[in-house]
Design a protein around this ligand. Structure first.
Ligand code: 5GP
Length: 190
């Protein structure tokens, strides 16, 4: 079985990790491809089936858990399951590419545990909880309650940072881009 490497970027929401993942995907010399997660929720807004997520019904998701088709999965919110299919990682490796994940800290650390030597797990840290709050407010996509919930979750997530291979603080986006690029390049190209 052909195997490549795995790059995990995990962070509390509002840390700018999605921007960093997109930046890395544009670097052709890294040969990265994005791991599309499976989710048991409906598509939102402009989300596309098979591009943003593999949207499954709750029944389909649970059947795949039983059939041991997931590398990792999690019930992130009640009845909202998210996970990485083993077939997704293999699909990317079969193309001769390395896998990059944009998932939460629990899923990210699961991947690291399953493939300790093949995985580079990077924790993207917001400069401070205060700054995180400001960024989430600027997005204007969520209510005050939801923002407070995410900020509370972020504090617990921040405590897991030492378990990652590297921590990149995203106080200046351009600087963070260079830092993650150097880390990933060294891990992939040696
Ligand atoms: P959303 O519904 O906002 O797209 O995602 C909700 C949460 O699920 C986010 O915290 C996201 O990081 C997490 N998530 C997305 N895909 C996966 C996955 O494959 N595995 C795990 N463990 N979490 C995921």
């Amino acid at each position: 079985m052909k195997q490549g490497k795995l790059i995990v970027l995990s962070a509390p929401s509002g840390s700018g990790k999605t921007t960093l993942v997109k930046y890395l995907l544009h670097k052709e010399e890294l040969h990265l491809d994005f791991s599309i997660s499976a989710a048991s929720r409906d598509a939102r807004g402009t989300e596309v089936q098979g591009k943003d997520y593999y949207f499954l019904s709750l029944r389909e998701f649970k059947d795949k858990i039983k059939a041991d088709e997931f590398l990792e999965w999690e019930e992130v919110y009640r009845d909202n399951f998210y996970g990485t299919l083993k077939s997704e990682v293999q699909r990317i490796w079969d193309k001769g590419k390395h896998v990059i994940f944009d998932i939460d800290v629990v899923g990210g650390l699961d991947i690291k545990r399953i493939y300790p030597d093949r995985t580079l797990a990077i924790f993207v840290k917001p400069p401070s909880i205060e700054e995180l709050k400001i960024r989430l407010k600027k997005r204007k996509t969520e209510s005050e309650d939801k923002i407070n919930m995410r900020v509370a979750k972020a504090s617990t997530e921040l405590a897991t940072a030492p378990q990652f291979d590297a921590i990149v603080t995203n106080d200046e986006l351009e600087k963070a881009k260079v830092e993650v690029y150097q880390l990933v390049k060294k891990f992939i190209l040696g």
